[in-house]
Design a protein around this ligand. Structure first.
Ligand code: ATP
Length: 251
């Protein structure tokens, strides 16, 4: 579904990624892990068009998407969430999801703002669909709250609802558990599984090893800008090189 081929990223004198290749399989949850500075965020930024890699190719469903900006990737079926949640703070929770749906609707924001009859029906449909996504992530009761007033954990759920409203085939999540308490992290794990079970491929960069080992079907380990290992959670946990470079740090 997504293939990274020989990705190299050099910033000035720093080689952040050095010839990294791996594939993301459809309908699976893949975790990208590694110590601080391993190159995880850089890799996400390359896949989502924020950085243009020095060398290598990013292939999504058979076509090269290198350098395509994130807004255009959503139309191709790929969305991402950010480590620092990015919401429209002055809008309500519901409106934050509706914005994403409007950008895909036939009538668009212009017709809606002039209340054309077909746009009113469309508006009703979009509102209902937005409610469904809020229900899906478990925050429907907060639909009318201003987004800037949301507690952090709920904001993260909203960001995921908004991304899912784009009906992606692939969702990339940058440290989705960062800042969540343990109860919220359990809820996040359930939600990520539910997303996978809808047939959406999930890739996450994450530091919470318990979460990664619990939910991922596959794990890719980066270290010092290179791929150190890939495999199932069990294979990764038993890999001596991974233990030495990373997992062993906690012991
Ligand atoms: N825009 C940039 N300019 C220069 N160097 C950068 C830039 N972005 C990242 N780097 C360097 O590239 C390397 C990889 O950084 P990156 O943020 O991708 O690692 P990471 O695995 O995401 O780390 P963390 O877990 O701390 O978020 C680091 O040495 C970092 O200092």
């Amino acid at each position: 579904m997504l293939e990274l081929q020989g990705i190299t990223q050099i910033f000035g004198g720093v080689t952040a990624l050095n010839d990294v290749s791996f594939s993301i399989h459809a309908d699976q949850i893949t975790g990208v892990i590694g110590p601080n500075g391993a190159g995880k965020t850089t890799l996400f930024n390359i896949v989502t068009g924020i950085y243009q890699q020095t060398r290598g190719q990013v292939i999504f469903e058979g076509s090269d998407i290198s350098g395509i900006p994130v807004e255009r990737l959503a139309a191709k079926g790929m969305v991402r969430t950010f480590q620092n949640i990015e919401l429209f703070g002055q809008m309500t929770v519901l409106e934050n999801v509706m914005v994403g749906l409007h950008s895909k609707s036939k009538s668009g924001l212009f017709a809606c703002s002039f209340k054309a009859p077909w746009a009113i029906t469309e508006e009703r449909r979009i509102r209902e669909e937005a409610h469904e996504w809020l229900r899906f992530v478990g925050i429907e009761q907060l639909a009318d709250v201003q987004a800037s007033n949301l507690p952090f954990g709920k904001g993260r759920m909203l960001e995921i609802a908004r991304a899912m409203a784009c009906k992606p085939r692939l969702i990339l999540m940058d440290e989705p558990a960062a800042g969540l308490n343990s109860q919220e992290t359990v809820g996040l794990a359930e939600l990520i599984r539910k997303i996978r079970d809808l047939g959406v491929t999930v890739v996450l960069v994450e530091h919470d090893m318990e979460l990664v080992m619990d939910i991922c079907d596959r794990i890719v380990v980066l270290n010092l800008g290179q791929k150190l290992a890939e495999g199932t959670p069990r294979e990764i946990q038993d890999n001596p090189e991974v233990i030495a470079a990373y997992l062993g740090d906690d012991e």
